[in-house]
Each structure stands twice: as C-alpha cells, then as structure tokens.
Design a protein around this ligand. Structure first.
Ligand code: PEP
Ligand code: MG
Length: 761
C-alpha cells in the first residue's frame, strides 16, 4: 500500500495541470481500492460550493455541472465536519441528497474524506460501492493519508490555474497563460511596494523549476537545444572511453542506451517539435522529459521504473548545458522583480546594480536571510507564497506589496494606479525621515542610544552612511562568501573589509566571522544534514577549520591597520569553550602578523547571544570578551523551536512572545553583570515597537538595516528610558504575544507615531 501511495503522489505531483492531476487521482484510487466509483470535488474559493471535478464510475457529463452547497448532501457533510464519513448505506442517511445527473442511484457504500490544506477544506475525495458494506479501516487510512499528501499538490495546481490547460494537454502556451488568481498571498518579507517585471530564477539543472516561456527565436532555440544534446553526447562518449575498461558489460550498455536516446530518438524529436510549436528550449525539454519519465514511472516492473530516473538525469544534463550557454547574454528589465522557489543571495548578486526592484519567493519567511538582505537594500520582499505559479509569471508586470505580503499579477488600471500612488507616498515618507539622519539618537532626557547599521553587501554601504548610522553593528561576512565560486583568499577578503572599515572610520565596524550553515550554504562547500539549523553552523565550522578561520581573521586584522575601528563578532556560540578557542585563534593571528612585521591594533571582540544556552551563560561569556550582541533572529527560532525559514510555522515566529522578552532581558542583565555593553543586532532592533521594549530593557545600542534606522531613531527621540521601562513593566503582565504588540503600538500611537508603525509593518 505504501508503495502504491508513493507512486500515486509522485505521479500527481508530476502532472502539468490540475485537470490531469485530478484525472490521475480518481483513476489510480479506484484501481488501488477496487471500488466502483472514485470522485473528487473541489471547493470554490469564494462560495465554498463543492464542484465535481473528476470521476470514474459516475456519469462523466456531471463533471463541472454538479455542485453541492456547503453542508449539502454527504459530500457537504464531509466538508463541514472536516473528517471522514463512512456509511454502509448512504441513501438511508438523513444527509443523503439524490443528484440525478450523477447517476449514482445504485451505489450504497460511501466513504468520503476531506482534502485539507492550511487548515481549510479544499475538497472531498469520495469512493462508492454498489453493495452495502462499510469500508474497512485500511480503506479509510489509505484515503486519509492520500488526501493529506495530495492537499498541497491540489492547492498548488489550482493556484497555478492548470484547468485551462487540461483541454489542450501538452500544447505549449504562447505566451504562457496568466495565472487565474491575480492576487497571491504570502508573508511580508521586507516593507515597501514596487511595480516591476517578473524574472523567474530557478536553480541550475532543475527541470521542474523551468518556467514556461515562448521562444523569442525558434531557429535559435532549436540550434541551442541541438548543441546542448551534442555536448551531452560528447560528454558520455568521453566518459565511456575513460571508464570503459573498468565497467561491467551492463553498465557499458547503459552508456550506449543514453547515447542512443540522444541520437534521434523521440526525446530529441519531441522536444524539437515543441520548440517549433513556440516554446523556448528549456520549457520544451522539461515537458518532453516529464512525459517520457512518467511512462516509466507507471510501470510495475521495478527495474523499468528505475529508468525514469535515467531519463530525468539525461534531461538535467541537457538543461545544464542549455543554461551554461544562456547565462552570458542575459538581459534584465529596468525594474526587475526576482521570482523563484527559493531566491538566494547569489541570485541578487546577478542583477545589475540599480535594476532590482523587489523579491518574491515561494519559500521562506520574514526572518530568512534573503528577506533580511532585501531590507538592507531597501526593496520590498514577499516570502512564502505557497501557491506561487512560478511557471507562468515570467515577463509579467507585477506589484509586490511587502507590507501585506501580497503579489498582484498584471494589476489592472485602478489597482495599478493605487500602487503607484503608494510607492510615491513611500518615497515622500522616506525623504521626510531622511531629515532625521542628521539628528542625534538621544532620548528626550538626553541619553545617547547609538543606532548602527547591518550590512553584508558593498552595495548597501552608501545607504548605511546616509542613514546616519553611527557605525556597523553587524557585517555579515558570509554574504561575500556566498557570491563567489570558491573561498575568497586573504587578500581578497582584506580588500572587502578594508572598504567597509574605511568608509566608517573612526566609527566602529563589527565584522562577524563566517556564519555559514543553516540556510546559508556555500555551493563550493556543500554540507548535507538532516537538521542544518541544529548542525554544523557558524563558529562550529570555523573552529573545525582553523585554516578558513585564520585566513579570515588575518584579513580582518590587516584591514584594520592604521584605522583601529574593527570589532570582531563570533556567531552561534553555545558555550564558553568556543569563545576561549576563538579568542586564542584571534590572538594567534595577531601574533603571526606581528612576527611577519605587520603590527595591527587589537580589535574589540564580541559574542552573539543567539542560542538559548548563551542566554543562561551571558555573564560568563561576556566576561571573556568586550561586548555582547543579541541575535534575536536565531534566538527566537531556537527558543520557540520555529524554523525561521519555514513559511508553514511563520505565524508561530513571534518576537513579542513573553518568553522571548524574558530571554532578551536575561541576556542584557548577564552582559551588564559582567560590566560589558549589550547591543541587539537581530531584526527586532529595526521594528519600532520591539525597539521601544529593548530600550526599556536597558540595551546599550541597536543595529538594524539602514532602511529601518530613521523609524527607530524617531522612537528613541520620543521616549525616555524611564517611560520605556514603565511600558515594559506593564507588558510583562501580558501572556499573549498579540496583547503585547497591541499595547506597545498603542503607546506609539499615543505619541503620534502610529503612521510610522503602520508603514513599518
Ligand atoms: C540573528 O540571528 O539575529 C542575526 C543577527 O544573525 P543572522 O540573521 O545572520 O543569522
Ligand atoms: Mg544568527
């Protein structure tokens, strides 16, 4: 049964349209359970009516015609109860409703299970049997398991709008049909609104991620495809020649089979046919490979089924060739909106300066690194758009609403005008706030609270400078590492760090040592782990690789020559030993340089508090260094056990959770008990409401993206420490995060800062 389930889910996931997916489901389920009928009803988004979308066993003409209101009939009952209904004799049930069009009169046994996605019933899957009988437990669990696995696939296919395609199966849309829904919901990633042209980015050699796109020049697409095929054939010939003598006969035969498939077999002719029908080469290739692989997928013989993997592998190799040839001549729209399953820092780096208008990602949340980068660049981002119809967005005009976390596809006149107005207003607000840049960050009773900037891209140094930042509180050195194809050398790093240190001298610049792992992996240093956020990350990697760590430390120290404004920050520390080891290595790097005749100033060293154990050890950790910096992004993730990148649990990621506030307070107190200053460099520092509470906790300085800085300065200049402390005292009595937020926002509103808070959300 498990194997059967796996195959059905795999086949459905590979379907290119909703219609095809539903047909597959009813066909396969009826065969697997041996029932007379299998049907699927989907709930209409607006009305909740359950429409019969596919069936085997009921009258085909009823498809698309029969619809049941919410709660109507047995199907409606399953939907309102949101649980399975298993009946021996359906017609005798009080909820039974006879629908003549379906021709279901002769069926007695009924089993319906809801299809639920994100807590909402999306449809009902039904099997029926002529005889009177109760379906046994195996049937129920099979259907429930299948429905749970299919829910996401169905929701996605529905959003992608595959229905129209169902009629012209396999036809290449020209251009790709627009998605059915014009407004797509995600999560706010970075504030702001932007209008631009969608450019789909997809990972190299991943066929599933290739978007539909019409061919600009059919002859050129065909030529590119044929060249790619020739290159892969050549690659196989070379491999075969090199490995030939060591290979067993059957493995050699595999190479022959590959080469055969590439030389004029239907794989090539089918793809060329699709290109000639108007598709670009990667899209045509994806369609062909899927079609061929599916044939193997459906085979009963395990050996033949395995061949589907070979076909897909072949497809990936051809795609990689096509992509390599294409990368060079790429053109970027004036206002590029990057859209993809998972956008990376490296993707941002590919867009020429000044052309990147916004980011939209199917995965991730507000605290993902790419959202943080977007804030640093001052561009809006929408994350976690679960139903993002990526394949159909290429080249379309879109509006990215980073405040509400929405994507508007091809907005019509009025909506478009409204967003253009909003974007103008925002520009004005920014201009108004920029006047604050020159004002000091002092509370009304005269206390100075330094505000610093978070950076990582050389591109955001200028915004940081003009925002009035009093230094860099966090420079994420992994970002230049992510944008390269190998570890940058000592001199290369020195030059990058020097630019930042010089730009801000004599103001402090805090360079964090390499923090890769988790959601930041280096293509040239792959680490595969089941739980990357709990694995080899940050200081754990650098201590295990002193050669990487020492190169970085030497580059940092040398960049500080003659300046003296360097601070080194250690990420992901969970105990004192890591700090002791790191401090020793910093000392060693400095001694080595001195021996080489390069005397460099001693940097200040700090520890990030971002792991719960560090909260409890804050005093001891602080005692070993010069300062603490609280990384609330990870601290919240680890404290609340909520993956900061996982859109499914994004609602649980809550900076105003009483436990988070208590932990941050404990870290501040620990640092102060050791006589060391404490800063906050996580995103909480850039949220005006959270920053007010941090002031109340006694935090010494705050570091945030440059675009948040004016808003937070406004808060600092409006509240005394004593007022912030009193407010903190008040919210300590509250137990629900939303109550805390509402109370703090009310305090901001009362000071006339309400508009500021709303704009920042
Ligand atoms: C943090 O965890 O709060 C932090 C500032 O580091 P990063 O977001 O880079 O993990
Ligand atoms: Mg962190």
């Amino acid at each position: 049964m498990l194997e059967r389930l796996r195959r059905i889910v795999q086949q459905v996931a590979g379907a290119r349209s909703l219609g095809q997916a539903l047909e597959l489901i009813v066909e396969e389920v009826r065969a697997a359970l041996g029932t007379d009928v299998c049907s699927i009803y989907l709930a209409e988004r607006d009305t909740g009516r359950l429409v019969l979308m596919a069936t085997r066993g009921l009258a085909p003409r009823a498809v698309g015609r029969v619809a049941l209101g919410p709660g109507e009939g047995l199907v409606g009952l399953v939907a309102t109860r949101a649980e399975p209904v298993n009946l021996e004799d359906a017609p005798s049930h009080p909820h039974f409703k006879y629908v003549a069009e379906t021709g279901e009169a002769p069926f007695h046994a009924f089993l319906g299970v809801p299809v639920i996605h994100q807590r909402r019933v999306r449809g009902v899957l039904v099997v029926q049997q002529r005889e009177r009988r109760r379906f046994d437990e195996d049937h129920v669990t099979f259907l429930v398991t299948l429905a749970a696995q299919l829910a996401g696939v169905i929701a996605h296919a529905e959003a992608v709008g595959g229905l129209e395609l169902a009629n012209g199966e396999g036809a290449t849309p020209e251009p790709a049909a627009p998605p059915r829904r014009r407004v797509l919901e995600g999560l706010p990633g970075a504030p702001g609104v932007a209008l631009g042209t969608a450019v789909v980015v997809y990972p190299p050699a991943e066929l599933d991620a290739v978007p539909d796109r019409p061919a600009a020049n059919i002859a050129a697409e065909e030529a590119a495809f044929r060249e790619a095929v020739a290159a892969v054939t050549e690659e196989f010939r070379r491999l075969q020649a090199r490995l030939g003598p060591q290979l067993k006969a059957e493995d050699r035969a595999l190479f022959d089979a590959y080469i055969l498939m590439l030389s004029g077999d239907s794989l090539v002719t089918d793809t060329v046919e699709r290109i000639r029908a108007g598709s670009w080469a990667p899209g045509a290739l994806r369609e062909t490979i899927e079609e061929h692989a599916r044939v193997f997928d459906a085979m009963d013989d395990p050996y033949l089924r395995e061949r589907a993997a070979d076909v897909r592998d072949l497809g990936r190799r051809i795609l990689a060739q096509l992509q390599a040839a294409r990368r060079e001549g790429r053109e970027w729209p004036e206002r590029t909106v990057l859209v993809g399953e998972q956008i990376t820092a490296a993707d941002l780096g590919e867009v020429p300066a000044g052309r990147l208008a916004a980011i939209v990602s199917a995965h991730g949340s507000r605290s993902s690194h790419v959202a943080i980068l977007a804030r640093a660049l001052g561009i809006p981002a929408v994350m976690g758009v679960a139903e993002l119809p990526i394949q159909r967005l290429e080249g379309r005009e879109v509006v990215v609403d980073g405040y509400r976390g929405r994507l508007h596809v091809q907005p019509t006149g009025q909506v478009r005008e409204e967003f253009l107005r909003l974007a103008r207003e925002e520009e004005e607000l920014r201009a108004g706030l920029s006047e604050l840049a020159m004002q000091p960050s002092v509370t009304p009773d005269g206390e100075h609270v330094p505000l610093l900037a978070n950076t990582g891209l050389l591109a955001d140094i200028t915004p940081s400078l003009t925002s009035g930042a009093e230094g860099i509180g966090l420079y994420r050195t992994e970002i230049p590492f992510l944008m390269r194809e190998r570890f940058p050398g000592e001199e290369e790093q020195r030059r990058i760090y020097r630019q930042v240190l010089e730009a801000f001298a004599p103001r402090p610049v805090t360079l964090r040592t390499l923090d890769v792992g988790g959601d930041k992996s280096l293509a040239y240093f792959p680490v595969h782990e089941a739980n990357p956020f709990l694995g080899w990350r940050g200081i754990r990697i650098t201590l295990d690789h002193p050669e990487i760590f020492l190169t970085q430390l030497r580059a940092m120290l040398r960049a500080n020559a003659g300046l003296g404004n360097l601070q080194i920050l250690l990420p992901m520390v969970s105990g004192v030993e890591e700090v002791e080891d790191a401090v020793l290595l910093i000392r060693r790097a400095r001694e080595e340089l001195a021996e080489e005749g390069e005397a460099v100033p001693e940097p200040r060293v700090g520890v990030m508090v971002e792991v719960p154990s560090a909260v409890y050890m804050a005093r001891q950790l602080a005692g070993r260094v010069d300062f603490l910096s609280i990384g609330t992004n990870d601290l919240i993730q680890y404290l609340l056990a909520v993956d900061r990148n996982n859109e499914r649990v994004a609602e649980l990621y809550e900076p105003f959770h009483p436990a988070v506030l208590a932990a941050v307070q404990a870290a501040v107190d620990g640092g102060h008990a050791a006589g060391r200053p404490v800063s906050v460099c996580g995103e909480m520092a850039g949220d005006p409401a959270a920053a007010l509470l941090l002031l109340g906790m006694g935090v010494d300085s705050l570091s945030m993206s440059a675009s948040s800085l004016p808003r937070v300065k406004w808060v600092v200049r409006s509240f005394t420490r004593a007022e912030a402390r009193a407010l903190l005292e008040e919210v300590r009595a509250l137990e629900h995060p939303h109550e805390v937020r509402e109370r703090v926002e009310a305090a901001l509103e009362a000071r006339g800062l309400g508009g500021l808070v709303r704009a920042g959300k």
